[in-house]
Design a protein around this ligand. Structure first.
Ligand SMILES: [Cu+2]
Length: 190
């Protein structure tokens, strides 16, 4: 037989406390992004196309104004395309640096370093945006032949709404390969 009983005051207090914690958790979880504190991720790979040319696997990217975007670029191309000039240096990332997880550099595979640039002969491709107030350049080292891709990460603060053109500026490739060549694309910031 069912019997009802009144809640003990201590039980009632615990129940109300649990309810408040639950409601607070939902509030925090569903609160909309607050400008600069929101973060997004963009992942890209450089992979051989049907003709064996190493190109970016995606050319259309999206990000939101005010967000901090963490880019991860995974490069399967074991070749370097020696590139001189400003494209050697990391610029326009949040701290002027990139994190290199692994790949070939200086004849060896020594991952796990924060870098502010590469020497010209260590450059395989670049990810470069030079418009809309952005001066972003990240040189990408080649994959370690036979022992996995080269992976770099970096963060960029997005500050204005526009369709930004990004491209590879490594020597003997890059924007001349055209929109269908896979070495350039659009980053739509909205
Ligand atoms: Cu390239």
């Amino acid at each position: 037989m069912l019997r009802s009983r009144r809640l003990h005051p201590v039980e009632a207090a615990l129940f109300i406390a649990a309810l408040l914690i639950f409601a607070g958790t939902i509030y925090v979880a569903t609160r909309p992004g607050t400008g600069s504190s929101s973060s997004e991720r963009v992942a890209l790979s450089i992979f051989p196309n049907a003709w064996g040319d190493y190109v970016y696997n995606s050319t259309f990217l999206r990000a939101h104004v005010g967000s901090v975007v963490e880019f991860t670029i995974t490069n399967f191309d074991p070749q370097s395309h020696p590139t001189v000039g400003p494209y050697d240096n990391v610029s326009g990332t949040r701290n002027g640096m990139m994190w290199w997880t692994g790949g070939m550099m200086g004849g060896g595979n020594r991952g796990g370093q924060e870098l502010n640039g590469l020497t010209p002969d260590e450059i395989s491709h670049t990810f470069t945006i030079q418009m809309g107030g952005y001066e972003l350049n990240v040189p990408i080292p080649p994959a370690a032949n036979g022992s996995g891709p080269s992976v770099i990460t970096f963060t960029v603060q997005m500050f204005g709404a526009s369709d930004l053109t990004w491209q590879c500026d490594a020597n003997d490739m890059g924007p001349t390969t055209g929109p269908d060549g896979g070495m350039m694309g659009i980053l739509a910031v909205s």
